[in-house]
Design a protein around this ligand. Structure first.
Ligand code: KG4
Length: 343
C-alpha cells in the first residue's frame, strides 16, 4: 500500500471549535492549517451548533490550503486520518464525514484517531528529518485541556494508562470559568496567563482539593474563587479591576500547584523521570516554568510542546494516524464518531 514518495497522511481535526488539517510525510510535518472560530467569543464559551456550522464552512478551504502548503497533489496521499472523538458530536461529524468521503473518493484507507491520544503523541511530531528531541517509552504525560486533566503513563504509541484524572472540572475549564466570573474574555486561559505575569502569585489563597491517589478536582477551587470574589466585590465594586493581575497570578499558582503535586507523586511512585505535558493548558507560562523548575530540582527530563501543538491541531492527529498506518490499523466506513471516551 505504501506509495512512492513515502507515507503521506492528510489529517483532519474538528472535535471542538478549531477546524484543522495537516499533511505529514513519513511522520514529518509538511503543513498544519487551523481556522479558529471567533463566533463563540460573544457567548463566553463554545456554542455547539455554531461550532458545527463553522466547521462546515471551514473544512473545504482548510483542507485545500493544507494540501497546497504541503506542495503535494491529493492523488499522492496514502491515507486520511481524522479525530473520531471525544468532542462535540456536531463538530466531530463534520470532520469524520468529510474524511470518509475524501478517503473514499481517492480510494485510500482512513484512520480514526482518539483526540486525547493525539495530544499526548504531539511530542512525536517531527518538523524535519533530523528532529529527534522526543521522549522514549515509558514516560509520564500530564494532559491538561479544556475538557480533561489526566496523568497518563505512556508505555508505547498504542499503550497508554490513565493513572489519574479529574473527578469533576478540568483545569482549563476551571480557568475559563474563573476568568468569566472576573468578566474577562473567552477563552480565559491565555488572558489569565498574560495578567498573571504582572501579578503577585502569593496575594490570595484559594481552596486546594484533598483527593486520594492521582485524581484531580477543580470544582472546589472554582467555588472558593467565586465566593471570595463576591465578598471582595461587595466591599469594593472596583476590586476586580484594581486587583486582576494578583487574582490571575494567585489563581494560576493554585492550579499549577495542584497539578504539579500529583504529578510529582506519580514520578516518585513510578520512578519514571521523563515527564511531558500536553493539551491547551500546557501553553500556560506558569505551568511551563514549574516544569523547568522541577526539572532542575528533581532531575526530570521534561518535554514541553511548541505552542502551536498545545491547542487543538491536526498535526497531532496526523502523527497518531501515521503510527496507526504503520500498524495497518485502519477504520471502516461505518465507524461512528463518539462524543465521550469510549476506548
Ligand atoms: O486542548 P484544548 O485546545 O481544547 C480541548 O480539547 O479542551 O484546550 C483548551 C483549554 C481552554 O480551557 C483554554 O483556556 C486553555 O486550554 N488554555 C490555556 C492557555 N491557552 C489555552 N490555559 C492557560 N494558559 C494558557 N496560556
Amino acid at each position: 500500500m505504501k506509495k512512492e514518495g513515502g507515507v503521506l497522511i492528510l489529517a483532519i481535526e474538528s472535535s471542538c471549535d478549531d477546524t484543522s488539517a495537516a499533511v505529514l510525510r513519513d511522520g514529518v510535518l509538511l503543513s498544519n492549517v487551523t481556522a479558529s472560530q471567533a463566533v463563540h467569543e460573544a457567548y463566553g464559551g463554545v456554542v455547539p451548533e455554531l461550532a458545527s456550522r463553522a466547521h462546515q464552512q471551514n473544512i473545504v478551504p482548510v483542507v485545500h490550503e493544507a494540501i497546497k502548503r504541503a506542495g503535494i497533489d491529493k492523488s499522492e496521499l496514502s491515507a486520511v486520518a481524522f479525530t473520531r472523538g471525544p468532542g462535540l458530536m456536531g463538530s466531530l461529524l463534520v470532520g469524520v464525514n468529510f474524511a470518509k468521503g475524501f478517503a473514499r473518493s481517492l480510494g485510500i484507507p482512513m484512520i480514526d484517531v482518539n483526540h486525547l491520544q493525539g495530544h499526548v503523541l504531539a511530542h512525536f511530531i517531527k518538523e524535519s528529518e533530523d528532529d529527534n528531541d522526543q521522549p522514549s517509552f515509558p514516560f509520564l504525560c500530564l494532559l491538561v485541556s479544556g475538557g480533561n486533566s489526566q496523568i497518563v503513563k505512556v508505555n508505547s504509541y498504542k499503550d497508554m494508562e490513565i493513572l489519574g484524572q479529574t473527578i469533576d472540572d478540568a483545569a482549563g475549564e476551571a480557568i475559563d470559568k474563573c476568568s468569566k466570573v472576573m468578566g474577562l474574555g473567552y477563552p480565559g486561559g491565555p488572558i489569565i496567563d498574560r495578567l498573571a505575569r504582572q501579578g503577585n502569585p502569593e496575594a490570595y489563597e484559594f481552596n486546594k482539593p484533598n483527593i486520594a491517589g492521582y485524581n484531580y478536582s477543580f470544582s472546589g477551587l472554582k467555588t472558593s474563587f467565586l465566593y471570595k470574589l463576591r465578598d471582595w466585590v461587595a466591599e469594593d465594586p472596583d476590586f476586580i479591576e484594581h486587583h486582576k493581575e494578583d487574582l490571575a497570578a494567585s489563581l494560576e499558582k493554585t492550579i499549577v500547584d495542584i497539578l504539579m503535586k500529583k504529578l510529582r507523586q506519580a514520578v516518585k511512585d513510578t520512578g519514571i523521570k521523563q515527564v511531558a505535558v500536553a493539551g491547551g493548558v500546557s501553553a500556560n507560562n506558569g505551568l511551563r516554568n514549574a516544569y523547568r523548575d522541577y526539572a532542575k530540582r528533581y532531575g526530570w527530563k521534561i518535554f514541553i510542546p511548541k505552542f502551536s501543538y498545545t491547542t487543538d491541531n491536526a498535526a497531532m492527529i496526523g502523527i497518531t494516524g501515521y503510527f496507526k498506518y504503520l500498524d495497518g490499523d485502519f477504520a471502516s466506513i461505518d465507524l461512528p464518531a463518539y462524543a465521550r471516551m469510549e476506548k
